[in-house]
Design a protein around this ligand. Structure first.
Ligand code: HEM
Length: 286
């Protein structure tokens, strides 16, 4: 019971009222201490006078937060697989599937942006582009889409650069999956198990055969279910890329991107890439 409620004797009606939340705190509220909402809600520094810029900035920030959670889940999953703990990895992957759905739903406020609306604040972005998102890059690295050149834009930011460099040299989530399959006796080639993990993962026919055999076998098998959870992840990443592509096509047509790329043509090429490639190609052989 709160102090205030003790001082004022309740009337007969109030005696049945539910307890109200506490109001008195010495410093900042425990909510603030945990959530840092004051910090979070004062990070919206728009660069133009256009009222539509706020939702563009906040959507981008919201997506950065989801990238952060998803990286956390995939790192948890990769670490668990390294320890042969498939249930912990599956739990993290399943959480990430629901988080990817929430991430993708956050395209809605930007999905119908017109060129005229985007133009009202586009110039203010200068050369700023999501291409420079370090947390998105860590997601791509965890999926096996490694590239040392993606560290170059972050040379001026030591912490970000160090985190990305570490991620570049660590096995991706998919590397950990394939190593686990090898430890469980599946014929994953030595060259794949011992590959240079700082390079982009290239699909292998032998790995495709391993997935084909797993998919043709018992669907309730732990590794077959792991394959399906990874396929869910892959599909939702592909959806993010395509939602981004469509939003970009609507907002700026074939104009070059603020980050200096050809824009839609460059994004189309990125969106064509299959995440965890053999999980898709194996399906033709089952
Ligand atoms: C509708 C508004 C948007 C447009 C028109 C747009 C446009 C573009 C373009 C043209 C590129 C290619 C690189 C460049 O030249 O800039 C790009 C890349 C990228 N954008 Fe966006 N973008 C939009 C919204 C967002 C949002 C809200 C995010 C969330 C963080 C985001 C994240 C990214 C990422 C991560 C890349 C790099 C993709 C990769 O490396 O494959 N974009 N964007």
């Amino acid at each position: 019971m709160s102090q205030q409620a003790q001082q004022i004797p309740p009337s007969s009606d109030e005696a049945h009222e539910p307890e109200t939340p506490h109001l008195d705190f010495q410093g900042t509220t425990p909510y603030e201490d945990y959530v840092r909402a004051d910090v979070l809600t004062h990070l919206q520094h728009t660069l133009s006078d256009d009222p539509g810029e706020m939702v563009f900035l906040v959507t981008t920030q919201v997506m950065e937060l989801w990238f952060t959670v998803i990286v956390h889940e995939w790192e948890t999953a990769a670490g668990a697989l390294r320890e042969n703990d498939v249930p912990t990895a599956m739990a993290a992957l399943k959480r990430s599937v629901r988080e990817l759905e929430a991430l993708n739903a956050s395209w809605r406020p930007l999905s119908q942006l017109t060129p005229a609306q985007f133009n009202s604040y586009r110039a203010a972005l200068g050369e700023g582009s999501g291409f420079q998102s370090a947390m998105y890059r860590r997601m791509e690295f965890l999926l096996g889409e490694k590239s040392a050149s993606m560290l170059v834009p972050h040379r001026g930011a030591p912490r970000v650069h160090a985190e990305l460099e570490k991620a570049l040299h660590e096995p991706s989530l998919y590397d950990e999956v394939l190593r686990l399959l090898a430890r469980r006796g599946h014929a994953v080639p030595e060259a794949v198990v011992r590959r240079d993990v700082s390079r982009r993962y290239e699909p292998s026919p032998e790995v495709e055969e391993v997935w084909t055999a797993l998919y043709a076998g018992d669907e309730t098998d732990e590794l077959a279910r792991l394959g399906e959870a990874l396929t869910d992840v892959a599909e939702l990443v592909w959806r993010w890329r395509n939602d981004h592509l469509v939003a970009t096509r609507r907002a700026m047509g074939a104009k070059p991107g603020t980050g200096g790329s050809a824009g839609v043509a460059w994004l189309e090429k990125r969106a064509r890439k299959n995440v965890f490639p053999e999980l898709w190609t194996a399906r033709s052989h089952v």
